[in-house]
Design a protein around this ligand. Structure first.
Ligand code: HEC
Ligand code: HEC
Ligand code: HEC
Ligand code: HEC
Length: 395
C-alpha cells in the first residue's frame, strides 16, 4: 500500500515567544506564513472584501495569547467536536507530561526555567498547553493542546469569533444567509487570523510547529526533536478527526467537508481531501524542517544533526514515497521539489553550512509555504487520484 506507514525517523516546528507588555503575551509561531501582523488583522475586520481570492497568500499570523477564549467557548456550538477532543491526548497527556515526568524538570533546569513556571509561563507551554492570559493580565494556560492551538486564538475585539457565526443583520439565521455575506464572513474571519478548513496547509503545518521541535537549546538539553514517523493524514484521520458539524439542527445546510466531491462513504472525509492531507503533510514537514534547520547555530549539536536528518527524511518521503506514484506531478508540487532539492543534496553530500546556507534555506522554506498555501486553497485533490487513499484502513 502507499506511504501510509513511515519507516524513517522524523522529528521537528518552531515557536518563538515574545513577552510584550505584562498583559499582552504574543506568541509568534515562527516560520513561513505563520505570523499574523496585528495591523493586518484589524484592517481585515469591518471592511471584509466582497469576494475572497482563495489562492491568495496566507496572511502572516501571530498567536495572541490574550485572545484565547478557551474550548468551553467553542463547545457552545461545537459540542461534538469538544467531546471528541476531550478524549484525545492533546486534552490530557500533552499537559500532564509537564507535571508528571521527571524529565520535564531536567529540561526546565537546563533552560533556566523556574520549576513553578514550567506548566504556566514557559517555553514548554507553547507546545504542551495553550498559552493565555488570566483576568489579572498574567500569563496562564488552557491545559493541553486545545481548539485555538490549531485554529488560532479567536477572541478579543478583533478576533475571528466576532465574524465566525454571524449570518447577517441581527436575527438572520444560518439557513437564510446570503452567498455574498457568507463569503464576506469567511474573508473576515480569515483576515482576523482564523486557521480554518479553507487552507488545509496552514492546519497541516501547525502540527509540525509542535511535533517537529524547532528549539535548539531544548533539543540539545535532551528533549525529543519531535514525534517520529509523523504523517499528518494518518495522525489526523485516526485519533483526531473531528469534522462532526453535520449536526443539521445546529448547522443547517452549510457544507461540511464530509459532503464534498470525491466523497467516499457517508460521514467520512472525502478521498480527495485525504490525499491532500497526505501530500500537504509531507510538504509541511519538509518546509518546517528547512525553517528549523535555518535557525540552528551549532553544527555539532544534536539539534542540527536531527533537523538535517528530518529534512532528508521529509524530502525522500515526499518525492520517493508519494510523488513517484503519480504519472504527472502537479506543477505546484514539482515547484516544491525544485526549491528543496539543492538543500537536500547539500545536506546529503555533507556540504550544508550554516554560515553560507542558512539564509537561503529560510527563504526556500518561505517559498515552499507560499506555493503550498496556494495549492491547498485551489485543489480538491483530484489530480492526486493515483495515490492510495490514506486512512482507508481506519474505522
Ligand atoms: C516545539 C514544541 C515543544 C516544546 C517547546 C516543548 N515540548 Fe516537550 N514534547 C513535544 C513533543 C512533540 C513531544 C513528544 C515527542 C515524541 O513523541 O518523541 C514532547 C515530549 C515531552 C516529554 C515526554 C518525553 C520525555 O522526554 O520525557 C516531556 C517530559 C516534555 N516534552 C517536557 C517538556 C518541557 C519541560 C518543555 C520545556 C522546557 C518542553 N517539553 C517543551 C513538544 C515540545
Ligand atoms: C455561535 C456558534 C459558534 C461558536 C461559538 C463557534 N463556532 Fe465554529 N462554527 C459554527 C458553525 C455554525 C460552523 C459551520 C460553518 C459556518 O457556519 O460557516 C462553524 C464552523 C467552524 C469551523 C469549520 C469552518 C472553518 O471556518 O474552518 C471551524 C474550524 C470552527 N468552527 C472552529 C471553532 C472554534 C475553534 C471555536 C471556538 C474558538 C468555534 N468554532 C466557536 C458555529 C460556532
Ligand atoms: C501546540 C502544540 C501541538 C500541536 C499544534 C499539535 N500537537 Fe499533537 N501533540 C502535542 C503534544 C505535546 C503531544 C503529547 C506527546 C505525547 O503524547 O508524547 C501531542 C500528541 C499527539 C498525538 C498522540 C501521540 C501518541 O503518542 O499517541 C497525536 C496523534 C497528535 N498529537 C497529532 C497531531 C496532529 C495531527 C496535529 C495537527 C493537526 C497536532 N498533533 C498538532 C502537541 C501538539
Ligand atoms: C490538533 C489540532 C486541532 C485541534 C486541537 C482542534 N482542531 Fe479542529 N480541525 C483541525 C484540522 C486539521 C481540521 C481540518 C479537517 C479537514 O480539513 O478535514 C479541523 C477541522 C475542524 C472543523 C471543521 C470540520 C468540518 O467538517 O468541516 C471544526 C468545526 C473544528 N475543527 C472545530 C474544533 C473545535 C471546536 C476544537 C476544540 C474542541 C478543535 N477543532 C480542535 C485541527 C484541530
Amino acid at each position: 500500500m502507499t506511504k501510509c506507514h513511515r519507516s524513517r525517523t522524523s522529528r521537528a516546528v518552531r515557536i518563538s515567544f515574545i513577552l510584550c507588555a505584562p498583559c499582552v503575551v504574543l506568541l509568534t509561531i515562527a516560520g513561513a506564513g505563520a505570523e499574523f501582523a496585528a495591523s493586518d488583522a484589524q484592517s481585515g475586520l469591518g471592511r471584509p472584501r466582497a469576494t475572497l481570492d482563495l489562492t491568495e497568500r496566507q496572511p502572516r499570523r501571530k498567536f495572541i495569547a490574550e485572545h484565547v477564549v478557551g474550548p468551553l467557548e467553542c463547545r457552545n456550538c461545537h459540542q461534538a467536536e469538544y467531546e471528541h477532543w476531550k478524549q484525545t491526548k492533546h486534552a490530557g497527556r500533552a499537559f500532564d507530561l509537564l507535571r508528571t515526568q521527571s524529565t520535564a524538570r531536567e529540561y526546565a533546569e537546563a533552560l533556566g526555567i523556574p520549576l513553578k513556571e514550567i506548566a504556566r509561563n514557559s517555553l514548554c507551554v507553547r507546545c504542551h498547553a495553550t498559552p493565555r492570559v488570566d483576568e489579572f493580565g498574567r500569563p496562564d494556560v488552557v491545559p493541553g493542546v486545545s481548539c485555538e492551538s490549531c485554529h488560532n486564538p479567536a477572541g478579543g475585539a478583533t478576533g475571528w469569533l466576532n465574524s465566525h457565526a454571524v449570518y447577517g443583520p441581527s436575527g438572520t439565521r444560518r439557513e437564510t444567509e446570503t452567498a455574498e455575506h457568507h463569503s464576506q464572513r469567511l474573508a473576515a474571519s480569515i483576515a482576523a487570523g482564523k486557521n480554518g478548513t479553507d487552507d488545509l496547509y496552514s492546519l497541516a503545518r501547525r502540527c509540525f510547529q509542535c511535533h517537529a521541535v524547532g528549539e535548539e537549546a531544548l533539543v540539545n538539553a535532551g528533549h525529543s526533536h519531535g514525534s517520529r514517523n509523523f504523517d499528518f493524514a494518518e495522525m489526523f484521520l485516526s485519533d483526531l478527526r473531528h469534522n462532526f458539524h453535520l449536526a443539521q439542527h445546529v448547522n443547517a445546510s452549510v457544507s461540511t467537508l464530509w459532503l464534498q466531491q470525491l466523497h467516499v462513504k457517508p460521514g467520512r472525509t472525502s478521498a480527495g481531501r485525504k490525499r491532500m492531507m497526505l501530500v500537504l503533510g509531507a510538504v509541511a514537514e519538509l518546509e518546517v524542517s528547512l525553517q528549523n534547520l535555518s535557525v540552528a547555530t551549532d553544527e555539532d549539536g544534536e539539534y542540527f544533526e536531527s533537523v538535517a536528518d528530518r529534512v532528508i527524511d521529509a524530502f525522500e518521503y515526499l518525492t520517493e514515497d508519494i510523488l513517484d506514484e503519480l504519472s504527472e506531478v502537479p506543477p505546484s508540487l514539482q515547484r516544491v521539489v525544485d526549491i528543496a532539492q539543492p538543500f537536500y543534496k547539500k545536506i546529503d553530500d555533507g556540504d550544508f553550512s550554516l554560515a553560507t546556507d542558512a539564509t537561503s534555506c529560510a527563504e526556500a522554506a518561505k517559498a515552499i509555504a507560499d506555493v503550498a498555501h496556494k495549492f491547498a486553497r485551489s485543489s480538491d485533490g483530484r489530480e492526486l487520484s493515483e495515490l492510495e487513499e490514506p486512512g482507508s484502513h481506519l474505522p
